[in-house]
Design a protein around this ligand. Structure first.
Ligand SMILES: [Zn+2]
Length: 112
């Protein structure tokens, strides 16, 4: 027996699934089985090498010399990156180093 939610209108427990919808046989109410409230993007958390949560606009310090592919320079250990932006990948942030906007792995960063 599947554990379906009760009808939001009449609280009947005899709801059943009809495709993507849930249907209540008692009051004929139909609703989507997929709750639209869940916004997974809000759960995305960026953390530095110490597990400190990073936010957009933070300043971080690079803790390891990093070759920046495509830009032709090395981001030196100890370089401060100001005003970072977060990406959709929790392991990456964006920031300007030597005037170039690059993607940085959060495991090589420390929040300043
Ligand atoms: Zn109902």
């Amino acid at each position: 027996m599947e554990n379906l939610p009760s009808c939001p209108k009449c609280n009947s427990e005899y709801t059943y699934e009809d495709g993507a919808l849930l249907v209540c046989p008692e009051c004929a109410h139909e609703w989507s089985a997929v709750a639209p409230e869940e916004d997974s993007e809000d759960v995305l958390v960026h953390k530095d090498s110490n597990g400190v949560v990073l936010s957009a606009g933070d300043t971080v310090t690079i803790i390891k010399d990093l070759d920046v592919k495509g830009a032709g320079f090395t981001a030196k250990r100890g370089t401060a990156v100001r005003n970072i932006s977060l990406t959709s990948n929790p392991e990456q942030i964006e920031g300007r180093v030597n005037g170039v906007k690059i993607v940085l792995l959060t495991c090589f960063l420390k929040k300043s």
